[in-house]
Design a protein around this ligand. Structure first.
Ligand SMILES: [Zn+2]
Ligand SMILES: [Zn+2]
Length: 416
């Protein structure tokens, strides 16, 4: 027997209703905000992610699925969505008609240790907005994220956290100040942070190993940003207040790479343990130029679908059930009559599940019950001869005999 590869899984029909629901809500809400879907290839050149995600990041160093195609070119399965969106933006010269609002959803691939809720093929939803540089864009994007979380029923379980990461003007001086401060306390840092202190002192701020008392004392970016960054941040918090979106400032939220500018935000879920960010985003004004395009401000976010679905599990996800189950018992004439009616009802928009495996009326009724359809249509020799249908309402057990024409009317009426 051939089994699935370690770290990947099927999404069975019992679960796919939840996935569809999440995807439908995302599409609906993104479109309300003017976003259109961008579908990019599943595989790309390795250099794309080396540049966009960072040469020394764990993703690029250890987690990418690399392969050589038959032409000898080294390619990789996409580990995230932003890099491809930026590549597409540059490749199609979209900077000529800004703003450009796109969303994406689909599978991503990372060779990580599989855990509950974490797979090597996982799924992300994200939005990218190219063009606007001001805090209005940041605020609108956060509103969009929270609207989606609300629509899937987990809005009240989530807190919005924001921070400023500064800009090329003010980040350098802050970094020096932070490095000097941490240098004096070097021996108190974890081994990992001691090693990367010169290269990336900011990572100390979100290191889970560090003593909270030590972190409490470190200089904070927000206290050392330039006037431009200060104004941007004040604008953002003002807009969030206008929208009555509750938020918390988290001075320890960082991003590893230099092209992140100013705003960073996360939606944090209470109740998912340590891995609790359900959405992470921010402004990456330096990335388009870094990747060889015309310098363009941009802001975006991504969310992991598996994690959202774990949170949604307790919520009511609508179950897809047939509107009608059709039972036919008799000869070929009866089958033919039933088949024709089923097609007619489907054309009228109903979800009709027809029993195809024969058997007694009694055993067919058992299947009808399991289908969760609210009503079963029974067709036997008598119904076929009279061109009628017997409807059985499953909850009350009430039966009624109707002419074929009346049935559709009756069904559409109860479905409205
Ligand atoms: Zn600044
Ligand atoms: Zn550390």
């Amino acid at each position: 027997m051939i089994q699935t590869v370690r770290g990947v899984r099927d999404i069975p029909p019992e679960e796919s209703a939840g996935w569809l629901f999440l995807e439908e809500q995302a599409r609906r809400i993104f479109q309300q905000y003017g976003y259109r879907e961008l579908r990019t290839p599943i595989f790309e050149r390795v250099e794309l992610f080396a540049r966009a995600v960072g040469e020394t990041s764990d993703i690029v160093e250890k987690e990418m699925y690399l392969f050589q195609d038959r032409g000898g070119e080294t390619l990789c399965l996409r580990p995230e969505g932003t890099a491809s969106a930026v590549r597409s933006f540059i490749e199609t010269s979209r900077h000529r008609s800004l703003p450009w609002r796109v969303f994406y959803m689909g599978p991503m691939f990372r060779y990580e240790r599989p855990q509950k809720g974490r797979y090597r093929q996982f799924h992300q939803i994200g939005c990218e907005l190219f063009g606007p540089a001001g805090p209005l864009a940041d605020a609108e994007m956060m509103a969009l994220v929270l609207r989606l979380l609300e629509a899937i029923g987990i809005g009240s379980a989530v807190t919005l956290e924001i921070n400023s990461l500064g800009c090329p003007v003010c980040r350098g001086p802050y970094r020096e100040r932070l490095t000097a401060h941490l240098h004096e306390r070097r021996t108190q840092l974890c081994g990992n942070c001691q090693r990367r202190l010169e290269r990336n002192p900011l990572r100390v701020l979100d290191c889970k190993e560090e003593d909270p008392a030590l972190l409490h004392e470190v200089p904070r970016m927000l206290d050392h940003v330039c006037d431009g960054c200060q104004e941007h941040f004040a604008g953002l918090t003002g807009h969030l207040t206008d929208l009555q979106l509750p938020f918390r400032i988290n001075p320890f939220m960082v991003r590893g790479l230099d092209y992140y500018h100013r705003t960073a935000f996360e939606a944090i879920a209470t109740g998912l343990g340590a891995q609790n960010a359900v959405a992470a985003g921010g402004r990456y004004d330096g990335l388009v130029a870094e990747m060889g395009g015309v310098s363009t401000p941009a802001v975006g976010f991504a969310m992991g679908m598996e994690r959202l679905l774990l949170l949604m599990e307790e919520q009511r996800i609508p179950v897809v059930r047939p509107d009608l189950y059709l039972v036919v018992a008799g000869d070929r004439m009866v089958d033919g009559y039933g088949l024709q009616l089923a097609e007619q009802w489907r054309r009228a928009g109903l979800r009709v599940e027809m029993h195809l495996s024969g058997g007694s009326m009694k055993s067919q009724m058992k299947h009808a019950g399991r289908s969760l359809a609210p009503v079963t249509a029974l067709i036997g020799t008598q119904e076929t001869a009279e061109q009628t249908v017997t409807l059985k309402w499953m909850e009350s057990g009430v039966q009624e005999s109707l002419s074929a024409e009346r049935v559709l009317e009756r069904l559409l009426q109860t479905n409205a």
